[in-house]
Design a protein around this ligand. Sequence first.
Ligand code: TRP
Length: 454
Amino acid sequence: MIPRTSVHGEWSTRLAFILAATGSAVGLGNIWRFPYMAGENGGGAFVIVYLLCVLLIGLPIMMSEVLTGRRGRRNPMDSLKAVAEDEGRSTIWQYAGAMGIITGVLILSFYSVVAGWALAYVPNAARGLFAGMTEIQSEMMFDRLTANPWVLLGWHTLFMAMTVAVTIRGVRHGLEKAVRILMPALFVLLLVMVGYAMQIGDFEQAVEFLFRPDFAALGTNGVLAAMGQAFFTLSLGMGAIMIYGSYLPSKASIPGSAVAIALTDTLVAVLAGLAIFPIVFGSLLEPSAGPGLVFMTLPLAFGQMPYGSFFATVFFVLLVFGAWTSAISLMEPIVTWLVERVNLSRVSASLLAGGGIWLLGIGSVLSFNLWSEATLFDRTFFGMLDDLTANIMLPLGGLLIALFAGWVVSRQVSAEELEGAPAWVYPAWRFVIRYITPVAVLAIFLNAIGVFQN
Ligand code: TRP
């Protein structure tokens, strides 16, 4: 068989892939979502379940996505279809890819609105508005921003325009260089924040909160939320990593790349937690403050720091970049699908997808103001989308990808794709992806709907 190639080209090196995939993984999920989810679900026990999910569910599924993408060399739907056909199996598997593409659209619609908050905080920081601010003032700044639909819409529009501008040109251009510089910068700045939070906040209580498990505080929904967070933060379950895998040169080793990406991502999330919770416990803010948590805590710290306005500006610029490189990966599956299946040009595909996502995002914009009282199951439109995608659609997509890579893809093919690692890695991966990962995802689902309760 002649190996397929992607019409969109290849990464120049394995490092380019690692950087792009790390850019996808590291974003608002680490710095915005992880702390607020950990805070809402009681801390330590959530963190432990999340770390276990990264290891036993996330890592093997990441390898599965990359191998399927590289074998298929197309958008997630057609990669699954092509690989299933190679194996002489049913092409019904392609619908797992279709669901993933839709999941990406749904996620980006609210992700862009939150990225808009980060954009809005750049000028706030640069103008020195954080200087000497109190908890109340910090909360008021966030509430004032989210209360204004027009302002939110403006930032959401800008962020979607930035994302479309990149997917129009193709993701392989510029992404590598941007990530190579900005990711280490974000990392260093987070370290500075942790160091500063240690001094001014209650570091001991933060460590206790994040790492001392209290399983009573977790509950069944907390377990599901921890798994959802693992999928969300690693960009798994919808084909984002699969599409990046479809541009990976054939020779590059997959397992080592997956470990590097997952480790970096986890480290950034833990650092974000260690920067934010000392400030929470050293102030009047509550860990369970919800989606605004990061935006209310960090400005407080910047406001007291020497050169705080400068550091704050750099931080929010880097956060925007993190969100940007993630958003691009959420867009790429739908854009390549439109190019490959509907025969649109990259420009039309990007504009069409971006326009649709922008429109859908208006629902999330309004969730924080005009529609804040319009709830279903106690959730706003935004809360509904966040919950549905992260806790149901991504794990379901991940489950299907695990079953596909473990049971549909032949041993010969997966072994060939996962070459280049120590000898024990392949059998370990194969055992985990066939038996452990699917059972774990299913058990957490069943647990959440109350099957194991008596
Ligand atoms: N992982 C990114 C973050 O943590 C968000 C993201 C990018 C994502 N691509 C994804 C989430 C695909 C789920 C699926 O910010």
